[in-house]
Design a binder for this molecule. Structure first.
Ligand SMILES: Cc1cc2nc3c(=O)[nH]c(=O)nc-3n(C[C@H](O)[C@H](O)[C@H](O)COP(=O)(O)OP(=O)(O)OC[C@H]3O[C@@H](n4cnc5c(N)ncnc54)[C@H](O)[C@@H]3O)c2cc1C
Length: 444
């Protein structure tokens, strides 16, 4: 087949799908990418901030060296060296209440022998407390992280939960561990921690998210002849006989030819609007595969926010720093040069605080962690992403749809919120793009 693939949405899922299709150039497929805003990247983007006088990211993004889909994507777009992180699988932590700091160091082998040494573990934690992560394998579909991994279930001290499982779960699932689905953690533990230290190195963008993950992809696509259409907001879809036949954007309409395919790599609300009534009415009634629990036609509709702060330091630090905090408003601090960037995931309770208040608290924590002494808060930017990810609760997880839309012969879904088997993360988004591209290739 030699038709065109129309990809709507130039976030990581849409970009990964486009890159994968063009990487398999023997498919002879043409790719058109449509994006409603004026830049690619979606929830993973960078922009120039005039107040800070530099390019900043919309939010800190932590990745792991074991993220396979990410590695494939980076290799295809020639951006492998654009991520950075510690040379080993080491996570630095700091407790703001007690001013204690510690390192979780998984060493360098398949078996984390380094944990035998107390200095490489959470203070006062026992080795068996690390094996508790395996409980997420057997966690029921409705079991929360807290019910699975907190002290009441026995064998794990409250400190271990507070200092390891709680911060990890909050970062991975962007949902309060009291309501987040425990089983959603296992795919990450399996992909990273269960495969040894080489898969557990924390990674961040060396310069910026766009520099590492977005610009090289755009260059790759342009070089391979894809057509990119920015400021193209999809407003409706024409379907008939189980096929998408046209895409209507604000300013014009694109005909979808019989051999063409369409990938929606947009947020779930947009997909609901486009195809909500379509699966039963306009499309044929052929059933497509779905997840066991997914309810046909229903999509995730609850989100959780992330707040990110960028605060300028009085001087440059030589060393790239990634540090997790407990008993603080800050959860992760990344330091690149003279900029400290701070994440607050599952940030619902803090969304109404003023930027000044948030910046003041973050600054007190940054100063303590970095040992900067008595220096006043300088320039800062607080960014609130209301819909950072879907809520990764049992009820919302059950609504994540598969890539194939039931009854639609030429329409596929991608996005971190689809049923990837992974949490809503960069790895999930890229993997969903790869799956959609493969489904298009196999389309008959
Ligand atoms: C602040 C923040 C911090 C995060 N931290 C991490 C982290 O540490 N690690 C991690 O792995 N993940 C993190 N994530 C999650 C990660 O950013 C997402 O999983 C990923 O970017 C999702 O990509 P996507 O392509 O699925 O969706 P999106 O990025 O949402 O892409 C969808 C695209 O579709 C476009 N669009 C929407 N409607 C239309 C329309 N009608 N027509 C055309 N285009 C349309 C949008 O503009 C957007 O570009 C974070 C997210 C945020 C917001």
């Amino acid at each position: 087949m030699t038709g065109r693939v129309h990809i709507v949405g130039a976030g990581l899922a849409g970009l990964a799908a486009a890159v994968a299709l063009l990487a398999k150039s023997q498919n002879g497929r043409n790719v058109s990418l449509y994006e409603s805003t004026s830049q690619a990247g979606g929830r993973c983007r960078s922009f120039h901030d005039d107040r800070l006088g530099r390019v900043i990211d919309n939010g800190n993004h932590l990745m792991l060296s074991g993220n396979r889909a990410l590695a494939k994507y980076l290799s295809r777009i020639g951006a492998v060296g654009r991520l950075d992180g510690p040379a080993s699988a080491r996570f630095d932590f700091y407790d703001y209440a007690s001013r204690e700091s510690w390192v979780l160091d998984l060493g360098s082998g398949v078996i984390p022998w380094s944990l035998m040494k107390g200095a490489n573990r959470v203070p006062a934690s026992g080795l068996s407390e690390y094996l508790a992560g395996l409980r997420t394998v057997w966690a029921g579909p409705k079991t929360s992280v807290e019910a699975c991994l907190n002290r009441q279930t026995g064998g794990i001290s409250s400190k271990m939960y507070e200092r390891l499982w709680h911060p990890l779960a909050t970062a991975i699932l962007n949902t309060d561990p009291a309501e987040a689905r425990a089983a959603s953690l296992w795919p990450v533990f399996r992909q990273a921690f269960a495969r040894g230290a080489k898969s557990c190195r924390p990674l961040i963008a060396r310069e910026s998210l766009s520099d590492a993950l977005i610009t090289p992809a755009i260059e790759y696509l342009q070089h391979r002849g894809a057509t990119l259409h920015f400021q193209h907001r999809l407003v409706s879809v024409d379907c008939n006989g189980g096929r998408v036949q046209a895409l209507s954007f604000k300013s014009h309409r694109v005909r979808v030819e019989p051999d063409d395919a369409v990938i929606f790599a947009v947020p779930p609300g947009m997909v609901s609007d486009m195809i909500g009534g379509m699966t039963s009415a306009t499309l044929s009634d052929g059933a497509g595969p779905g997840t066991d629990e997914a309810e046909p036609g229903k999509m995730p509709s609850e989100y959780r926010p992330i707040i990110n702060g960028h605060l300028v330091l009085p001087r440059k630090l030589d060393k790239l720093t990634i540090i997790g905090l407990t008993n603080a408003l800050s959860q992760w601090i990344f330091v690149r040069g003279d900029l400290a960037s701070v994440t607050i995931s599952a940030a619902g309770p803090y969304m109404d605080l003023t930027s000044q208040h948030i910046a003041g608290r973050l600054w007190s924590e940054i100063v303590a962690v970095l040992g900067l002494g008595d220096v006043p808060l300088g320039a800062y930017r607080i960014i609130r992403e209301k819909r950072a990810t879907i809520a990764q609760t049992p009820s919302q997880e059950a609504l994540r749809p598969p890539c194939l839309v039931p009854g639609a012969a030429n329409l596929f879904l991608a996005g971190d919120w689809t049923a990837t088997g992974l949490p809503a993360t960069i790895e999930g988004a890229i993997q969903s793009g790869h799956v959609a591209a493969q489904a298009v290739v196999e389309m008959r």
